[in-house]
Design a protein around this ligand. Sequence first.
Ligand code: FES
Ligand SMILES: [Fe+2]
Length: 355
Amino acid sequence: MARTADYGLGEFTYPRGWFMVAEAAEVTTRPSTVHYFGQDFVLYRGESGTAHMVDAYCPHMGAHLAKNVTSYIVKDGEQVQGESIRCPFHGWRFGPDGACDHIPYSDFVPKAARLQTYPIVERAGIIWYWHDPEGLEPDIDLPPFAEWDDPSWVRWKVDHLGVIDCHPQEIIDNMADAPHMVPVHGSTDCAYFTNAFEGTILWQKFGAGHRTLVGSEAMLETDTWYTGPAILQSRLTGAYPSLMLICHTPVEDGRVMVWHALMSQAANTPPSAQDIATAEAYAETGRLALAQDFEIWGNKRACFNPLQIPADGPVHKVRIWYRQFYNPRARAGEFQRRVEGSVTTFDTRPEHAAA
Ligand code: FES
Ligand SMILES: [Fe+2]
């Protein structure tokens, strides 16, 4: 497995940013576990409906809070009470701030009885976690995903592509990878390909035909951007406006989980059954397009030094941009300034040819 240190990305093993950790529907009053950033977390929903994420292991004697089906605390449905979670081993209970708020057999509750809690936000059907090696408040806004609450849009269903032994660096590289579009995705008549680096945002603007997404005729124009290191959105032109989401979260150093989702506007408000079927079919073509990349990523060897030729996109710049998230926040500007601006890999449109 190729690790962060092998790519020379920076001080931190895992980058600072917003990360998908679960679908909202996966989080219930029955605590469940997820494994990201090299550790187990427990997700549960309090009785108010609010989702919480905490460390998986009890500070008392180390029991796993979610990997249990046989304790009577679990069998009797006493694990989540209010917003608190109770350990299946000796029944210590912890509030949403992590403080122990009840020990069934003791009035004395030690101050050290504290469970680590983690900041999450539920939005657009997804649980988002702010990961920060420096333990600071977010300095990047979680995208609004406003279409989720627009009744003329068909909401996305999240596709789980799966876990691959691939460092997320190799996925980020794809943003500048103009020449894979024809062989992998069947792009035709490529018109333009531009990247822009704007602080914590990385853009790709691309116009071409696309065999997977639109058949062979129409021009597909996509505006694609990363908000931080792990949330990609793409606005696609087509019969109906649509918004694609690709998320990837490190499982371990050098191993990553990938999800896809796509929502699109419907002809009718509220969307008819036919509109929903059309949207789902379009989302499936989006999933298939990502699956083409995913197959490459899941089987390639690590690339520490791309053998770049002039006609390749600015992969080296993308790698510099990505380093800002692996280093202390105070140094982010260094990396941003080195890449700020835009790079056009090609533009064959007649109105741009003179430039
Ligand atoms: S290990 Fe959790 S209450 Fe004892
Ligand atoms: Fe791709």
